[in-house]
Design a binder for this molecule. Structure first.
Ligand SMILES: *[C@@H]1O[C@H](CO)[C@@H](O)[C@H](O)[C@H]1NC(C)=O
Ligand SMILES: *[C@@H]1O[C@H](CO)[C@@H](O)[C@H](O)[C@H]1NC(C)=O
Length: 395
C-alpha cells in the first residue's frame, strides 16, 4: 500500500517535471510557453487557409508584435497582449524579458545557420523617439526606420535591400508593392539551414516517390540514415513523431500522419501542450530514416491571420499607437513575413560517419507523404519555426 502510494507520487512528480532544463529562469520559461502557444495558434490559422507548403517563424513574429506592443495603449495594447498570449504580464517588463529570452535561445553556435530580421517602418511624417529606436534594437534585436511611402517603388526597394543585407542574401524580394498611403509596416524575415547531427550521407541519397495526395506522386531526393533515433507515436492522432537532432542544440520534430490520415486533421490538434507531450514521449529506437531534401520559401501578409487571432484594433484608423507621431498616430497597415528553410545533407558534423550498422535490419521510417515539422531549441523548448511539407518539389 505505502509503496504503491509512493510509486504514484513519483509518477506524478515525474509528470509534473518540466521537460526542459531547469537552469532557465522561470519567468523566461513562462514566456517560452506563452510564445509556443502563440506559435501553434498562428500556425493553425495559416494552415486552415492553404493546402500548400507552409513555413513560419513565429518567434520573430512575436518579437515584432511585442516591440509594437510597447508603443501602444488602451484596447490596441490589450488585444496585442491577448493575441500574443501575454495576458497577466506587465507590459513594461516585456522588453527585458524578451531580451533575456533572446540570449537563451540565440546563444552559441545554434545561430550560425540562422538569419533573422525584424523591421518597423513608420512613414516619414511620423517621429521615432530615440528611446524607442534603442528599445527595438537592444531588447528585440530589430530595427526601426522611417520610409517615404509617397515614393512606393523606392520604399519597396529600400525594404528589400535592407532585409537582404540583414539575412546575408538569404531572404530576397520580401515585399512586392506598397501603397503610397502606408503609415506603418512590420516586416519580418528569417532563414534557416538545417545542420543535422548526425548527418545524412549524401552518397546514400536517391530519388524516391513522395505521395502528395491520392492522385499525385512526385519524385524527390530522399536522404537516408540508419541510426538510433528518438521516436514517438500519437495513438489519438495516428501520427509518428521523429526527432532529428541538429547542430547548436537545435532539433527538428517531424510529424508524419499514418497512411490515409490527412495532414490537416493532425494540424488542427497542434498546440503547445501537444508538442511538449510529443517531446516527452520520445523513446530511443533503432531506425532507418528516409527524409526528403527540400527548400521552402514562403511569404505571407499576416494582417488577416492576426485579425482572426483577435488583433484588430492596431489595423484600424483609431489604432492607439501613441508613441509615434502624437496627435495623429499611425495605424499598422500590414505585417509582411517571409521565411526560407533548406533541409539537406549539409552538416558541420565531423565526428559521426556512415551511420550505424545493425546486425538485424531495423524498421524503416520513410517520410514520403505530407508532414509537419517543428524546429526548436532543445534546452529551452523554444519553438523557432513551424512548417508543413505538402510537396517537397515545390518552394
Ligand atoms: C516600453 O518599454 C519600456 C522599457 O522596458 C518600459 O519602461 C515602458 O513602460 C514600455 N511601454 C509600454 C507601453 O509597454
Ligand atoms: C557514406 O556512405 C558511403 C556508402 O555506404 C560510405 O562509403 C561513406 O563512407 C559514407 N560517408 C560518410 C561521411 O559517412
Amino acid at each position: 500500500m505505502t509503496s504503491s502510494i509512493h510509486l504514484s507520487l513519483v509518477v506524478i512528480l515525474v509528470l509534473l517535471c518540466p521537460v526542459f532544463s531547469e537552469s532557465i529562469d522561470p519567468s523566461v520559461q513562462d514566456l517560452i510557453s506563452r510564445n509556443a502557444d502563440f506559435a501553434a495558434r498562428l500556425y493553425r490559422t495559416v494552415a486552415s487557409q492553404t493546402d500548400d507548403n507552409i513555413f513560419l517563424s513565429p518567434f520573430m513574429v512575436s518579437a515584432g508584435l511585442m516591440a509594437l506592443l510597447n508603443m501602444t495603449s488602451g484596447e490596441t495594447r490589450d488585444q496585442l497582449q491577448q493575441g500574443l498570449t501575454l495576458t497577466g504580464l506587465e507590459p513594461q517588463d516585456l522588453p527585458d524579458l524578451f531580451q533575456t529570452l533572446r540570449t537563451v535561445v540565440l546563444q552559441g553556435d545554434g545561430t550560425k545557420n540562422l538569419q533573422q530580421s525584424m523591421n518597423v517602418f513608420p512613414a516619414s511624417n511620423f517621429e521615432v523617439p530615440p528611446s524607442y529606436r534603442d528599445l527595438v534594437q537592444t531588447k528585440f534585436g530589430g530595427n526601426i526606420q522611417t520610409l517615404a511611402y509617397t515614393a512606393p517603388q523606392d520604399a519597396v526597394s529600400t525594404i528589400n535591400h535592407l532585409v537582404q543585407e540583414q539575412t546575408r542574401d538569404k531572404v530576397q524580394d520580401l515585399v512586392n508593392n506598397v501603397n503610397a498611403q502606408t503609415q506603418l509596416l512590420l516586416v519580418i524575415a528569417a532563414s534557416y539551414q538545417t545542420l543535422f547531427s548526425p548527418s545524412f550521407n549524401l552518397s546514400l541519397s536517391q530519388d524516391e516517390r513522395f505521395y502528395v495526395d491520392r492522385y499525385h506522386v512526385v519524385m524527390v531526393p530522399m536522404m537516408f540514415r540508419a541510426d538510433k533515433y528518438f521516436l514517438a507515436y500519437d495513438r489519438l492522432l495516428k501520427a509518428g513523431v521523429l526527432k532529428l537532432p541538429m547542430a547548436g542544440g537545435m532539433a527538428m520534430l517531424v510529424v508524419l500522419p499514418d497512411e490515409g490520415v490527412d495532414v490537416t486533421a493532425v494540424e488542427e490538434e497542434v498546440t503547445a501542450e501537444k508538442i511538449q507531450a510529443w517531446i516527452r514521449q520520445l523513446k530511443k529506437t533503432k531506425l532507418e530514416v528516409q527524409l526528403p531534401r527540400f527548400l521552402l520559401e514562403r511569404q505571407y501578409s499576416l494582417k488577416d491571420v492576426l485579425q482572426k487571432l483577435g488583433v484588430t484594433q492596431v489595423f484600424q484608423d483609431d489604432a492607439e499607437i501613441l508613441n509615434l507621431g502624437g496627435a495623429n498616430a499611425p495605424k499598422l497597415n500590414q505585417v509582411f513575413h517571409k521565411s526560407v528553410v533548406s533541409v539537406n545533407e549539409h552538416s558541420d558534423d565531423l565526428n559521426t560517419v556512415g551511420g550505424v550498422m545493425f546486425s538485424a535490419l531495423p524498421p524503416r521510417l520513410t517520410i514520403n507523404r505530407p508532414f509537419l515539422f517543428i524546429i526548436y531549441q532543445q534546452n529551452s523548448g523554444s519553438l523557432l519555426f513551424l512548417g508543413r511539407v505538402a510537396d517537397p518539389t515545390k518552394k
